[in-house]
Structure formats: structure tokens, C-alpha cells
Design a protein around this ligand. Structure first.
Ligand code: FDA
Length: 308
């Protein structure tokens, strides 16, 4: 299974396959399990439907690493439009942004400027920007940018970041971020990382996840526990119960199309739940990482194709 995971993650970077899939009807049919649709309206429609189930949303306008400044600005424009639409339509949603899409690989100053403008917009409409975490080559620059933005008094609290439990450095990063009062989404990590920087064994990643999650719960800051792992979720619920940590003080997060039963169950039990809803035409790398997380999804999709 780890070999299949690595192969699928490697394929997520294959340009030719990406071009083929993103342009083909078959590709669009395959992706509908994990992606809200190609257009902004699709994302808003899905957000409304998810909100009706008592579940909040974070919107991801799909796309990674842009190649010029104009592309970065137009990617940001989509997020500005989404922030405006969330506000006018009264939706329970915020946004999740990848800094590589905002030009981080071209210039950290450009990405910071764009992220800061988004944080200003979010702050003006009482909303929030989550900066997603990408591969480990971008960890330090991503954290730097979030910390700079957060340090501007008027933007305090308008931006949060993601910590990946598979990285050895995450404990130290988390301690720093907590000192500064920065909101964190904790996930396991979705990229191929070498043993030099990340725990190779899943059991170590899971143990680190639980350790870091407990730190988040103890911090008194509103954080997000992003996982579909039932045993981790059960352990966290129990830890919060025993330590009298209110369920209003944190949220569980899951991906659109993954474990909807568990999402609804947590809502019924009174927990805050938020679903990560991706939309847009550049869906291929995101989709392939979802297959890599659960290679059984490949069989699931193949069966669906045969029966459709
Ligand atoms: P794990 O992979 O151990 O899965 C636990 C169980 O969940 C599996 O047994 C399976 O049943 C189910 N499951 C998990 N993934 C599934 C899938 N795709 N399809 C069907 N079932 C599945 N990563 C990152 O590097 N940077 C980021 O910014 C983010 N952001 C983010 C936001 C949110 C809201 C979530 C939920 C996740 C992310 N991730 C992420 C992805 C994350 O790092 C991780 O790859 C996935 O969440 C899968 O890990 P689990 O914690 O679910 O555990």
C-alpha cells in the first residue's frame, strides 16, 4: 500500500496525465466525488447544501504553483469574489488558500502581499483565511508569511495555518505558533516527504497527531482537528471530556465527499464540523492526493464507471 500511495502522489505531478484528465469528460465524471464543481456557483450551491446539514465550509479554489504574477493575482481575485459572496449570501464558510497559487515560488513578497490583502478583506467582513500547508520545501516560508500577517494588530486572528503531523519539526512549529496565538488546523500531511524530514511509519504519524492535537485542545485557542481517523477522533472526544474542554472550543474538519456519515454523526453529537470544499478546473493534483490517501478509492471509482 505505501508503494501505491507514493505512485499515486508521483502521478499527481505528471503534467501530461493532468492535461488529459482535466480536459476530458471522463475526468470530470470521475472527480465529482471529491470536487464541488468547476464554477464558483457550484461551490456556493454545495456550501449552502452543506450548511443546511449544520456543517460549516472552507472553500478551496483549486490550483497550485502559478508561473507568473498575473496568474497569482487572478487566482486571488476568485477568493475575493468568494469572500464577497459568502458575506452577501450569509453562508457559514471561510476560505483555504495555497500560497504557491499566490506566487510563493516566484516571490515570497508577492505571496505575502496577496495573502495580506485577502486577510484584510476577510477581516472587513468578519471572516477568516486559512493558509493550507504544501510540501516541506514551502513550510518555513508559509509559516513566516502567516506570522507576519498575524503580527499586524488589525489582522490579528484573521489568518490561520496548517500543521502536518508527519513532519518532525511540527512540535517546535506548533509551540511557536501557539505562543503567538495563531489558529492551527492539524492534519497528518498529504505529500511525499523523505525520512529526513517526516516520520516514515504511519503509526508514528498517528501518535504525533494525537500528541499535537492534545496541545491544541489545551491551548484555549479555537483550532481545527482535520482527520477522518475514527480512533483519533474518539481519543480526542474522550480527552476533551475528561479535561472539561468544551466542544465549542474547537472544530473537526473533513474533506468534501469523505466520511459523510461521520461528519453527520459528529454534528448530531453537538460538535462543530467544517468540510473542505474544493472547486475549479485545476482539480487533478488534489484528486490524485485523495486517491493516494485511500487506494481503495481507485477501485470504488472504477466500479462506479463500470456501472454508469
Ligand atoms: P488516514 O489517512 O489515516 O485515514 C483515516 C481513515 O479515513 C481511513 O482509513 C479512511 O477510511 C478514511 N479516509 C482518509 N482519506 C480518505 C479519502 N481520501 N477517501 C476516503 N476515505 C478516506 N494535507 C496537507 O498536507 N496540507 C493541508 O493543508 C491539508 N488540509 C486539509 C484540510 C482538511 C479539512 C482535511 C480533512 C485534510 C487536509 N489535508 C491536508 C490532508 C491530510 O493531510 C490527510 O492527507 C488526509 O486528511 C487523510 O488523513 P486522515 O487524517 O484522514 O487519516
Amino acid at each position: 500500500m505505501p508503494i501505491l500511495r507514493s505512485a499515486l502522489i508521483a502521478l499527481s505531478r505528471n503534467y501530461a496525465l493532468r492535461q488529459f484528465c482535466e480536459r476530458s469528460k471522463l475526468g470530470t465524471r470521475l472527480n465529482s466525488r471529491f470536487i464541488a464543481g468547476m464554477k464558483q456557483d457550484d461551490a456556493l450551491r454545495v456550501t449552502e447544501a452543506v450548511n443546511r446539514q449544520g456543517i460549516a465550509v472552507t472553500l478551496d479554489s483549486l490550483g497550485e504553483s502559478v508561473t507568473n504574477e498575473a496568474e497569482a493575482h487572478s487566482a486571488a481575485e476568485v477568493y475575493h469574489q468568494m469572500l464577497a459572496a459568502i458575506h452577501t449570501e450569509g453562508l457559514n464558510a471561510n476560505i483555504s488558500v495555497k500560497l504557491s497559487q499566490m506566487g510563493l515560488n516566484l516571490s515570497p513578497a508577492l505571496a505575502e502581499l496577496i495573502a495580506r490583502t485577502l486577510a484584510e478583506h476577510a477581516s472587513a467582513v468578519h471572516n477568516f483565511v486559512r493558509i493550507d500547508m504544501e510540501d516541506s520545501s514551502l513550510t518555513q516560508s508559509t509559516l513566516n508569511i502567516v506570522r507576519h500577517i498575524h503580527s499586524h494588530g488589525e489582522l490579528h486572528g484573521s489568518t490561520g495555518v496548517v500543521i502536518q503531523a508527519y513532519l518532525y519539526r511540527s512540535l517546535a512549529d506548533m509551540e511557536q505558533l501557539l505562543k503567538e496565538g495563531i489558529r492551527i488546523r492539524l492534519c497528518k500531511g498529504a505529500y511525499n516527504e523523505p525520512p529526513l524530514v517526516a516520520f516514515p511509519r504511519k503509526t508514528d504519524v498517528d501518535a504525533n497527531y494525537l500528541r499535537l492535537a492534545k496541545m491544541l485542545l489545551n491551548s484555549g485557542i479555537y483550532h481545527a482537528i482535520a482527520t477522518h481517523d475514527e480512533s483519533i477522533i474518539a481519543a480526542i472526544k474522550e480527552y476533551a471530556r475528561v479535561n472539561l474542554i468544551s466542544s465549542a472550543g474547537f472544530e473537526f474538519q473533513m474533506l468534501y465527499g469523505v466520511r459523510r456519515d461521520l461528519q453527520r454523526q459528529l454534528v448530531r453529537e453537538g460538535y462543530n464540523v467544517r468540510v473542505y470544499v474544493p472547486f475549479g478546473t485545476e482539480w487533478y493534483p488534489y484528486f490524485m492526493r485523495r486517491l493516494a490517501e485511500r487506494p481503495a478509492n481507485v477501485l470504488f471509482l472504477a466500479r462506479n464507471l463500470l456501472h454508469s
